[in-house]
Design a protein around this ligand. Sequence first.
Ligand code: NAP
Length: 251
Amino acid sequence: MTSTVLITGAGIGIGRATAKAFGRAGAHVLVTDVLTAEGEAVAAEIVSGGGRASFHALDVRSTEMVDAIFAHAEATLGGVDTVVANAGIAHRVPIETMTDALWDHTLDIDLKGVLRVFRRAVPGMRARGAGTMVALSSIMGIAYGWDEHVHYSAAKAGVVGLVRAMAVELASQGIRVNGIAPGYIRTAQLLSEEHSLGAAGAEAAPAFIPMGRLGEPEDIADVILFLASEAARYVTGQVIAVDGGLLVGRY
Ligand code: NAP
């Protein structure tokens, strides 16, 4: 793979596994995150394994930072061929304490953050007549409602609409736009006691997941790699659940 991929939130979790998978596949990986030390470590791991990578601090709430990284990639690497909009937060907020500011904070990262990187990728991809984008939605965006996470659920459902609309708008120009809806994946986000399942919830979850286990970040990374690859050349506008059978098996 000779392409360049930019991944947001790539210092830990699903983003980290995705960066490493693209690195192994031979892509130049632009590892970006608000977590500088973690992101630098991921880029260093890829390079020490014989791959190509660089770390760039990126808060997806900043259009200016997004613009600067793409300008750098265009000047030094010939542009960005694949964008993975992975950065996300999932804060627990009971509805009676959901202020405008808390709502806006999550939507700004989980939905508008996707728009910012996808939008900036378009001119270069259009000029080259090729490109792929993959966004992280969630089972909470395509099927479930997550109590005390109304903003998160709304943002992740919004990602589905964004993916569909951009896919249609860009299909004729050789650009494919897809999404992933992960189930329960073993990451810091899921293991948070304050905001998600926590350790006890993670231990209990396999009992109602048909495959009998939590997902690992690599389970998601490999499907992202597939969607970005030529093997998925006729796939666009789709959001694929990667959940060990959770959605189809819970009745
Ligand atoms: P994670 O372990 O929390 O990693 C997310 C990364 O994004 C972290 O490095 C995080 O930094 C970073 N980030 C947060 N705000 C950012 C911002 N404004 N700009 C740039 N980076 C930012 O999460 P994950 O579990 O790997 O999840 C990755 C994606 O998959 C998310 O969009 C998540 O909603 C989605 N997802 C995850 C699961 C799951 O079970 N894990 C299920 C469904 C969907 P901080 O740590 O400082 O916040």
